[in-house]
Ligand binder design. Structure first.
Ligand code: PLP
Length: 285
């Protein structure tokens, strides 16, 4: 396996960044994850758009052009022989003597890219069964729209989920409303049959999978209500699912130990998963 580190591909096991990389010491960096279908990048544009925005919001220089970065990502996918899987990119503010404030003059950002294969047949089988989520209290910072590598609350939430046999943890805000998952956006088909997901004006990540799925939903004539929901609403919903580059569209059949309906993935979630994957495959570059 190979990883790209600051301008070159090296053996994955030997890939390293400096101990004073600000990503390592201060989580001063951002990342993106692309789903890979047939060796191609899914939702490429959307992930790039969000990457540039995350970097701009943090005043980290763009390490290279979109064209050049696309070539690096593709090369990482090719060298690792990934047909179905994920491609990860991380950009940090760079290496500098430890100081909370930015290095002055600025240093070159650090760039790391990895790619790995996934067993899509296994995830298809899992999706067909449906998964569980648990809820945790929202405890993240006020800029969750930036895809920061500072993921400690997300890691702790995910671990809590895993310890309870769930695949995801949903953060719940002070109003009792679900914000999003530790690494996915949250959706339900409510008791009235309406599709609901939280609007992105709130403090959540603007999921690229979420946006593509919204297009798919509108094109297929379904109605979407961008309105948040409570855990109780999710528990009495007809269906629930999560979206993300890793989970694609994964049906949720249990919320905090309460089964949704008959405890099986619902027709809307199943249909949206199929439609999303079809679209993503078609448009992958
Ligand atoms: N919300 C959070 C906190 C995430 O980390 C992610 C992705 O990993 C998502 C939502 C889903 O975003 P995307 O669909 O762009 O992968």
């Amino acid at each position: 396996r190979f990883a790209y580190v600051n301008g070159r591909f090296v053996r994955h096991g030997e890939a390293a960044v400096h101990i004073e990389d600000r990503g390592y010491q201060l989580a001063d960096g951002v990342y993106e994850v692309w789903a890979v279908f047939d060796g191609k990048l899914a939702d490429a544009e959307g992930h790039f758009a969000r990457l540039w925005r995350s970097l701009d919001e943090l005043r980290i220089a763009h390490p290279m052009s979109e064209a050049a970065l696309t070539m690096v990502l593709r090369e990482a996918v090719r060298r690792n022989k990934v047909r179905e899987g994920l491609c990860y990119l991380q950009v940090t503010r760079g290496v500098a003597r430890r100081d909370h404030a930015f290095p002055n003059p600025a240093v070159l950002p650090s760039v790391v890219v990895t790619a790995r294969s996934l067993d899509r047949a296994a995830s298809e089988a899992k999706a067909a069964q449906g998964a569980s989520v648990i809820s945790v209290q929202e405890n993240r910072w006020g800029r969750c729209d930036i895809k920061s590598i500072g993921l400690l609350p997300n890691a702790l939430a995910k671990q809590a989920a895993r310890e309870r046999g769930a695949i995801e943890a949903w953060f719940v805000d002070d109003m009792g409303l679900v914000t999003e998952g530790a690494s996915s956006n949250a959706w339900i088909v409510d008791a009235e049959g309406a599709l609901r997901t939280r609007d992105t004006n709130a403090n959540i990540l603007r999921g690229v999978t979420r946006y593509t799925l919204l297009d798919v939903i509108r094109e297929s004539g379904m109605v979407i209500n961008e309105k948040p929901f409570t855990i109780a609403e999710a528990q009495s919903a007809r269906e629930a699912f999560i979206t993300g580059a890793g989970s694609l569209v994964t049906p949720i059949v249990q919320v905090d130990g309460v089964k949704l309906g008959d405890g099986k993935p619902g027709p809307v979630a199943k249909r949206l998963r199929a439609l999303y994957i079809e679209r993503a495959r078609q448009k992958a570059v």
